[in-house]
Write a protein that binds this ligand. Sequence first.
Ligand code: TRP
Length: 349
Amino acid sequence: MTDSLRAAEERSAAIEARIATHPADLRMLTGDRPTGALHIGHYFGSIANRLKLQAAGVEIFQLIADYQVITDREVAGDIRASVRNLLLDNLASGIDPDRATIFTHSAVPALNQLMLPFLSLVSVAELQRNPTVKEEAASAGITSINGLMLTYPVHQAADILFCKANVVPVGKDQLPHIEQTRVIARRFNERYGATFPEPGALLSEATNVLGTDGTKMSKSKGNVIELRMTADETARKIKGAKTDSDRQITYDPQNRPEVANLIKIVSMCEGTKPSQVAAEIGDGGGGGLKARLTDAVNSYFAPLRERRAELEADPGYVDEVLGRGNDRANEIADATLDDVRDKMGMTYS
Ligand code: TRP
């Protein structure tokens, strides 16, 4: 393990302890790229974590990172529909708009302007070394990285620092960006005076849920169970899931990864141990496993889906939530930018 990973894990554990004792000292920011609707992998991997923090009394900033969509694709697709889907998924999951600030990049000019001084604090070589940016470019098949793709970790620092968030719940892939944010905060503070906190990542246990074919969930592969699916759509999707020919169901992630993944999803929905789920299905085979999984997913997500349908029928309310979030984000971003300009000696009247 590298030193920086160990340090990040220690910071994460310290934050974990602070959530229990001093939740009011913490401000959390997370972001989602609006590229479609959320699936159950997102739910167990990150939404569940946000709900836990919200319940503990941590203040929540929930960014819909619309400008980040155009880092690795030329067309943003139907961005408006994707933003709405994200709003619906978050609200239906239980993110409380009276306690959380939900907002979009493009509606908060002062946040984006922070990127200018921040860019002056990092070197091109540093940007080019970021392993996550390199991986993302490679997996999107990009050979010519655009300027925003190269610099989006700096933009992400503006996302986090504009509201002085000190907790960012992320997977390990995002650690280079959190490290970049810490470096930017530190350099700004050194050069211009104490202004920003150095935020820490809150690393979640990797509840890595795979798609119905046992590979990474991805819309283009058609292996995804979306939160918004109906019970029938879910049943159909699960029917097509990959299993194996052994009728005796066992939880064996090493040798039976597809079966193990389906068992794990049952286990997360039911709160039952994977080995127990497997024992209960016994010689029921793939069919038995799929039937159990369909029931588990459909009952676990039924209340969420019901709320989602209600929200969908009330677009005025959903628009208002985003409007309110954007107003609040703007107020905070304006104040931060004023302070930044002041510290830099760029206040003229
Ligand atoms: N890059 C993140 C992702 O792809 C989304 C994101 C944008 C984000 N801004 C952020 C995450 C700030 C945490 C903090 O998932």
